[in-house]
Design a binder for this molecule. Structure first.
Ligand code: 13P
Length: 249
């Protein structure tokens, strides 16, 4: 089994001082043997980058501009700028971006391509609403399949997929092991069909991952790691999730 990757998505939380305290604690609780990244708010990327410099914890960004070339795009931050700050991963198409900022497949493909062109690895998020889940397997697989379709243009490029059922994000309602495995297999099969059987596909699970459910989630072969929201703001809890990931390596 390949090393698991654990990414902490801080979303729009914290302040400069709390970020520093959290990072100090994480450097102890997440130490060694597992791939860990943190995605702080954009405003703190540079500060976090200098704290992480020289260590094994990696830097991720929560979003990026679809404009790849510098220019008159007020408020935007380009992929090249994120790479310049030392980012290794960039989240693309998180459900909160799709929901609150109406990001669609065309825009997301431009972001994916910008991130890859800048030498970083996009983490492309997919997932269904509760209503789509309850409508049955044919419906939610179609929704996820449509979200995955943009990845067809990325054959041979390195990217990661994160499956985040919207009904499990921040709700404490984690998907069951069977539900996670079924969708992860579906994502793998869809992408292998698209890129060919020799492609390497890594699928992270996200949605109320906590210290007390991480062991069971990581025990699945189809799970390549976790994208953690709320629990990544607590050094102890995030540390335990990282240790759980380490056990399965
Ligand atoms: P929670 O872990 O808070 O459910 O958030 C998941 C998520 O959206 C990570 O990107």
């Amino acid at each position: 089994m390949a090393d698991k990757l654990v990414i902490g998505n801080w979303k729009m939380n914290g302040r400069l001082a709390t970020s520093q305290v959290l990072l100090e604690a994480l450097s102890v609780s997440c130490a060694g043997g597992v791939q860990v990244a943190v995605a702080p708010p954009l405003a703190y990327l540079a500060a976090v980058s200098s704290v992480l410099a020289g260590g094994s914890m990696m830097l991720a960004a929560q979003d990026v501009s679809a404009f790849a070339v510098d220019g008159a795009y007020t408020g935007e931050v380009s992929a090249a700028m994120l790479a310049d700050l030392g980012c290794r991963y960039v989240l693309i198409g998180h459900s909160e971006r799709r929901q609150y900022f109406a990001e669609d497949n065309d825009l997301l493909l431009r972001k994916l391509q910008a991130v890859i062109a800048a030498g970083m690895v996009p983490v492309y998020c997919v997932g269904e609403t509760l209503q789509q889940r309850e409508a049955g397997i044919g419906i939610y697989q179609r929704v996820i399949g449509e979200q995955l379709a943009v990845l067809g243009a990325l054959a041979g490029k390195e990217y990661v997929v994160a499956y985040e059922p919207i009904w499990a994000i921040g709700t404490g309602r984690v998907a069951s092991i069977g539900q996670i495995d079924e969708v992860h297999q579906y994502i793998r099969d869809t992408l292998l069909q698209c890129h060919g059987a020799s492609a390497t596909i890594r699928v992270l699970y996200g949605g109320s991952v906590k210290a007390d459910n991480a062991d069971a989630i990581f025990s699945l072969k189809s799970v390549g790691g976790a994208l953690v929201g709320g629990a990544s703001l607590d050094a102890n809890g995030f540390g335990q999730i990282c240790q759980a990931a380490k056990k399965t390596v």
